[in-house]
Design a protein around this ligand. Structure first.
Ligand SMILES: NC(=O)c1ccc[n+]([C@@H]2O[C@H](COP(=O)([O-])OP(=O)(O)OC[C@H]3O[C@@H](n4cnc5c(N)ncnc54)[C@H](O)[C@@H]3O)[C@@H](O)[C@H]2O)c1
Length: 461
């Protein structure tokens, strides 16, 4: 009571594209009177009975929803069992003082005396703390729902963050292994059963690397793959996890800015073919994404710049200048933004496509470079093209100012051929993700090939 559920709940539901249901409102609708009146007329036990029935009915609907459970709802063992069976529960953290400030003047039946209120708060605390996650704000709620942990020091808590009791096999590139391998080994302790090193960068995302990993893995179906590294390592390791033994769980532990704000989240995994980027892949949501912004301290300036391209992309989609935040806040906000979009559209059948802003150009440049052009560099260029085609010249100048990507040294015809082959192109010409304005993306816009070609050419030296 007074934690802020009725404020946060509807906003969370809107962000996840799900209906919002309040069990108090269901009770009031059914009883034809307010909770306060019910308490006064029939007493608390009668209200609790109605509340329990409402909660169980709402849970039985099985429609993906955000449900606000009344403050005392957890007192019912039947409701607790229903939640355990079919809900992911979030405890919205608050202090007794904060909660009292919010409810003191509300006239609620159980908020009439500050001492009684505090006693009730303490009495119920243990019930709330048994929730699947404790959060204190909207981004925290979205991240928890997506299985994403963002906080300094999580790398050392990896052992407790890998669900289950089975064995763990690690996949990392050689540089990340040398920097963080020992800490990860210590964190995973005796559960660690194997360590596999992949080449650094895009060279890891090949069919031969995937095959080598499939053969080297020893984990059974109860095992978990933990991938530690940048987006390239996560993409190949996630793909291997999706396909090995028809799918085993995996944990993404991103160590580049790009992977922390983007690649580690949402379950897209892939390898490249000479014909194109990410041509072979699978949707396989990581059981957890463990994001420790402190590991970014060892990242080279060039890799930070690559990651900033995806931060700017997210800021353009969100309509907020996220790139101006302090780094760990950038990571948290971008990770929450991507998590919400992917929870709304896990299989890329609608709104998720917006995350590919600038990527049609980026993938064409990467493919034409034989994958030697860094993804973040290509995305920075792709954003410029997308903004120019959108007619947002001043935003394009701003992005140019922030990211200053050098023009790509690739063959123009080769890049155009790659763009035409890209999965986003179809018979009517390439379909792009454009912006009406920052924060207002439009997906699948058919654009005349001549305009797309000119925009692509403007990115090439
Ligand atoms: N699956 C998705 O949703 C998704 C989203 C965006 C990008 N991606 C993919 O991600 C890939 C790019 O990933 P990336 O930019 O993270 O690069 P990367 O994985 O290629 O890594 C870049 C370099 O950074 C080094 N590195 C990693 N962590 C480090 C650390 N903490 N300190 C020092 N060095 C470190 C690596 O060893 C490597 O040399 C592309 O293949 C792209 O297609 C996937």
């Amino acid at each position: 009571m007074g934690a802020g559920k009725s404020t946060l709940g509807p906003t969370l539901a809107e962000r996840l594209g799900r209906p919002f249901v309040s069990t108090d409102e269901v009770v009031e609708e059914r009883a034809g009177s307010s909770v306060a009146e019910l308490f006064a007329r029939q007493g608390e036990p009668a209200f609790r009975e109605l509340e329990e029935r409402a909660a169980l009915d709402v849970l039985a609907r099985r429609t993906l929803s955000v449900i606000e459970l009344g403050g005392g709802g957890l007192l019912s063992a039947a409701t607790r069992a229903g939640l355990e069976e079919s809900a992911f529960t979030l405890h919205l953290e608050t202090t007794p003082e904060e909660a009292w400030d919010r409810v003191a003047a509300s006239g609620r039946p159980l908020a009439r005396d500050p001492e009684d209120f505090r006693a009730l708060f303490e009495e119920r605390r243990a019930l709330y703390e048994a929730a699947n996650a404790s959060v204190c704000d909207l981004d925290g709620a979205v991240l928890a729902a997506a299985g994403v942990d963002v906080s300094a020091g999580t790398l050392d808590r990896l052992g407790e963050l890998v669900p289950g009791m089975g064995t763990v096999e690690l996949i990392a590139d050689a540089l990340v292994e040398s920097l963080y391998g020992q800490r990860v080994r210590v964190a995973l302790g005796t559960r660690l059963a194997g360590f596999h090193v992949v080449p650094a960068g895009e060279r890891a995302k090949t069919a031969s690397e995937a095959e080598r990993l499939w053969s080297a893995l020893r984990a059974g179906r109860s095992g978990t793959i933990v991938a530690v590294g940048g987006g390239s390592t996560l993409d190949v390791a996630g793909f291997v996890a999706a396909t090995y033994l028809r799918g085993v769980p995996w944990i993404s532990v991103p160590t580049t800015l790009l992977a922390q704000v983007d690649a580690a989240i949402g379950g897209k995994t892939a390898i490249d073919l000479p014909e194109g980027k990410n041509v072979v892949g699978a949707f396989h949501w990581p059981a957890r994404s463990v994001i420790d912004p402190e590991v970014l301290a060892t990242l080279s300036a060039a890799e930070v710049k690559n990651g900033r391209a995806e931060v700017v992309k997210t800021g353009l989609l969100a309509g907020e200048r996220l790139w101006e935040l302090e780094t760990s806040q950038q990571v948290r906000c971008c990770a929450a933004f991507k998590s919400a979009i992917c929870l709304r559209d896990p299989h890329d059948r609608g709104g998720r496509a917006q995350l590919n802003l600038g990527h049609t150009f980026a993938h064409a440049l990467e493919t034409a470079s034989g994958f030697s052009l860094a993804h973040g560099h290509a995305v920075a260029l792709g954003l410029l093209a997308a903004l120019r085609v959108s007619g947002l010249e001043s935003d394009a100048r701003m992005v140019q100012e922030i990211l200053r990507p050098p023009l790509a040294k690739v063959d123009r015809d080769g890049a155009w051929a790659a763009l035409a082959r890209d999965k986003k192109a179809d018979e009517g010409g390439p379909r792009l993700i454009l912006l009406d304005a920052p924060g207002k993306p439009r997906v699948g816009v058919a654009v005349e090939p001549r305009i797309v070609r000119a925009a692509l050419d403007s990115l090439i030296a």
